[in-house]
Design a protein around this ligand. Sequence first.
Ligand SMILES: CC(=O)SCCNC(=O)CCNC(=O)[C@H](O)C(C)(C)COP(=O)(O)OP(=O)(O)OC[C@H]1O[C@@H](n2cnc3c(N)ncnc32)[C@H](O)[C@@H]1OP(=O)(O)O
Ligand SMILES: O=C([O-])CC(=O)C(=O)O
Length: 457
Amino acid sequence: MIYPNTPALTDEQLRILCDAYRKANFIDPEMSEKLGVKRGLRNADGTGVLAGLTNICDVQGYTRDQDGNIVPQHGRLIYRGIDLNDIVNEAVRTDRFMFEEVLWLLLLGTLPDKKELAFFQHLLESHRELPDGFAEMMIMSAPSPNIMNKMARSVLAMYAYDKNAEDTSLENIVRQSINLIAELPTMMVYAYQAFRHVYLHQSMYFHYPRSGQSTAEHILSTYRADQKFTHEEARLLDLCLICHADHGGGNNSTFTDRVVSSTLTDTYSAIAAAIGALKGPRHGGANLRVMKQLDQLLAADVDPNSDASVKEALKKILHREAGDGSGLIYGIGHAVYTLSDPRAQILKKYSGHLAGISGHQKEYDMLCMIEKLAPEVMQEEKGKSMHTCANVDLYSGLIYRMLGIDEVLYTPIFALARVGGWCAHRMEEVEFANRIIRPAYKYVGPVHQDYKSLDDR
Ligand SMILES: CC(=O)SCCNC(=O)CCNC(=O)[C@H](O)C(C)(C)COP(=O)(O)OP(=O)(O)OC[C@H]1O[C@@H](n2cnc3c(N)ncnc32)[C@H](O)[C@@H]1OP(=O)(O)O
Ligand SMILES: O=C([O-])CC(=O)C(=O)O
């Protein structure tokens, strides 16, 4: 009982409120088109409305022909001019952790030289510990069953530990950004430990950060009771962090961060809002839904080696007869990408071997089948030409599962990888955009209503 002295709303009370709402509220979705409203801030062809300029990251999913029609292409993700695939190839070739290097690139705009990288790695390492008493007061004393919710609250709580929280100078935002980027992994693991203890009735471990570790190593070392992990495991996690680090200004959580930052509020408010946006199942929260969907398909004996069996199951999901009832096939579809999301291809490529040797082959095969067949099924069922492909969330959850990471952390890992991108966009918004983001809504309610006194209603 959370509020022992406050009775919950009864079904009857809720019925009265919701009936009143339903009686007076309806907006016909077709009205948007008629009135030229860009629903979801999208143009008629599904592309995003241009809302700003950025130097940080480019997301390419299509080109246009001479008549302006969309020509689908394989996706490219470009960090400050450098193709994500080139970064990943370099990480593989040199067998080293590169997330920190990517953070410098996204935040500051260039590749760090050796000295700068060592300085930056040390900076992050030395800021991973949380303020004195923070774990006890802010995390252990108020756990949450949802780690994204707890991370957002922890970020907001950091405001109280910052003597200069409101200052929006570049120096201050950079200082706050470094702190948050370094601290968020620790907050996530500690929030998880409190969750484990309170909600799962299991032991919790609050391991201190160790020096000399990359972000990926730090996560595994504080997450695992025995603090042990292999270099290959940490490298795979580092790869995931690199792939999730940024996605342009228009993705929902980054845009949220930019909208909130455009008011010149504090860094903690902007980043907490972005975490809230990422949590949604149409966005970063999809990686958890993908795994639930996968488990349901396997539990229903859908055969990952049979096209017919998988297609049938996907149709049921689309028709809301299976899955979570939303009609969405999670891990499929993207606002920009058409033929492929480069991150999904990278994660698929580098998780296949581990799936084979760690007993997850069937799950991996099922995801590959969803990737292959969902676009076909959606085209058939929706009866219109659409280009859909696997997105980054299709394979990430399975990787985390193979690393022994609890499913409640799938989306939080996305958040701690993306926080660098959010900080880079906040800096850009505050430094250069310099205008409050304030679109318009067309009023379509009653044209005029006389005010009736209470006695006359
Ligand atoms: C990190 C990320 O955020 S990656 C995205 C993670 N999200 C998911 O995997 C959730 C499933 N996918 C989706 O919901 C969507 O594809 C999104 C939100 C990612 C992108 O959406 P959009 O590009 O705006 O597609 P849009 O919403 O215009 O969809 C067009 C139509 O296809 C449908 N559609 C798109 N993707 C899917 C899907 N995966 N499953 C079922 N239907 C879908 C929509 O419902 C819509 O149908 P309608 O015209 O009948 O209403
Ligand atoms: O760009 C988007 O709409 C969503 C996405 O893939 C991301 O944020 O990584």
